[in-house]
Design a protein around this ligand. Structure first.
Ligand SMILES: [Zn+2]
Length: 164
């Protein structure tokens, strides 16, 4: 913070000028001009201690929120218990389809290799088909890895607000 900022902030907080601030005020006409206005603003912004909450407010608030918090906790537990069943239900069709997908990918790669081998040198064909095989494997991995995330995302619904 620059000297001007420090002096002005102290004046705004209503603090008495320290020796360093007094030295700055002696040489800085801009800060000297603003001192009176900052002092008036500081007194206008000054406030007394915040009012204390009424007695029993905390207890009444907690009592009013308790049913909602209990309901929310029960709903979260119920959704967490359901998620394993939902995960199994979501994974079952994907796992059943997996052998078909792998067989189709193998057939596709083998056909691509045979076709490209007639047109391109063997190392280039192996490189292209190998790269494509890695891409297919990565896509398959990420697709299956996303299933648990999607199930978890669907099982955690939005929190419904209610009033007592
Ligand atoms: Zn200054």
């Amino acid at each position: 913070m620059s000297g001007c900022d420090e002096v002005r902030a102290a004046a705004l907080r209503g603090e008495p000028a320290s020796a360093a601030h007094a030295e700055h005020l002696a040489i800085c006409a801009s800060c000297r001009e603003e001192q009176a206005g900052l002092a008036r603003l500081a007194s206008a912004l000054a406030f007394e201690e915040p009012p204390a909450p009424p007695p029993g407010l905390v207890a009444r608030t907690l009592a009013a929120a308790a049913p909602l918090l209990d309901e929310h906790a029960r709903a979260v537990r119920a959704r967490a218990a359901l998620s394993w069943r939902r995960l199994a239900l979501a994974l079952a069709p994907a796992v059943l389809v997996l052998p078909v997908l792998v067989a189709a990918d193998v057939w596709l790669l083998r056909s691509a290799y045979e076709l490209l081998a007639t047109l391109l040198p063997a190392p280039l064909t192996a490189y292209l088909v190998g790269s494509y095989a890695l891409l297919l494997a990565a896509l398959l991995f990420f697709t299956f890895a996303a299933i648990p995330l999607l199930v978890q995302r669907q099982s955690v619904g939005p929190w419904k607000e209610g009033h007592v």
